[in-house]
Design a protein around this ligand. Structure first.
Ligand SMILES: C[S@@+](CC[C@H](N)C(=O)[O-])C[C@H]1O[C@@H](n2cnc3c(N)ncnc32)[C@H](O)[C@@H]1O
Length: 214
């Protein structure tokens, strides 16, 4: 717990600057929103939303009639997310819920949105969550039937990028992520196989999987 608070408590202040967003991880969220393809008016749950780095991309897709529900365990990360929302004037469109995904009450999300969500998006968060299967199952309960989902997460780089593997492992360990977790498999198991879409970025370090829940 102490380590978690250090990472996403004090660390929240520096997360956007030190997380490698510009050079590495932004590529994954761009690809993720593209593969998820939220529609105007959609409600999207951003699981483990952190400081809200996905919000602008999601907001551009769902538009003013849509809604984003950001769920995160860390009050400090959510504080940063709240400031982002206030600065952008998204108050009606982005709602934040402080909750441990492993103990999430799905009805809290549905109540905030006013209806079950159309899509689930999770970037670089499921590899951090210990009991990710439980978190995933509870998150699915926030969705309407045949909703879409997209998981963006990390694995060691491959091929010519393999030489960066030690660096990637170090960065993931520093952020508390299990680089071996492959959490996109949670989605692959429950999606209609004919709808599965997959993409990789940064030498395979970032894996993006999207699909419709069967
Ligand atoms: C590496 S950050 C990713 C944040 C954001 N999704 C992004 O792409 O920048 C992981 C996030 O997961 C959150 N998190 C970790 N365990 C969690 C849990 N059990 N329930 C909810 N959020 C959790 C952390 O607070 C942190 O904000």
């Amino acid at each position: 717990m102490a380590a978690f608070l250090r990472r996403y408590g004090v660390g929240a202040r520096w997360y956007d600057t030190l997380s490698g967003e510009r050079w590495v991880y932004r590529a994954g969220r761009l690809a993720g929103v593209q593969l998820l393809a939220p529609r105007p008016g959609d409600v999207v749950v951003d699981l483990g939303c952190g400081t809200g780095l996905n919000f602008l991309l999601l907001f551009e897709a769902v538009g003013p009639r849509g809604m984003i529900i950001g769920v995160d365990r860390s009050p400090d990360m959510l504080d940063r997310a709240r400031r982002r929302v206030d600065r952008a004037g998204w108050d009606g469109q982005v709602r934040l819920l402080q909750a441990d995904a492993v103990r999430l009450d799905p009805s809290d999300v549905v109540d905030l949105a006013g209806r079950p969500a159309d899509a689930l998006f999770s970037t670089y968060a499921l590899s951090v969550i210990g009991d990710r299967q439980t978190a995933w199952n509870l998150s699915l309960e926030t969705l309407r039937p045949e909703a879409r989902a997209c998981v963006v997460d990390m694995q060691p780089p491959r091929g010519t990028w393999r030489f960066l593997s030690p660096l990637a492992r170090l960065a993931c360990a520093a952020g508390g992520a299990d680089i071996t977790a492959r959490p996109w498999r949670l989605l692959e198991r429950v999606a209609d196989p004919s709808t599965l879409r997959r993409s990789e970025r940064k030498g395979g370090h970032i894996v993006v999987v999207a699909g419709d829940i069967a």
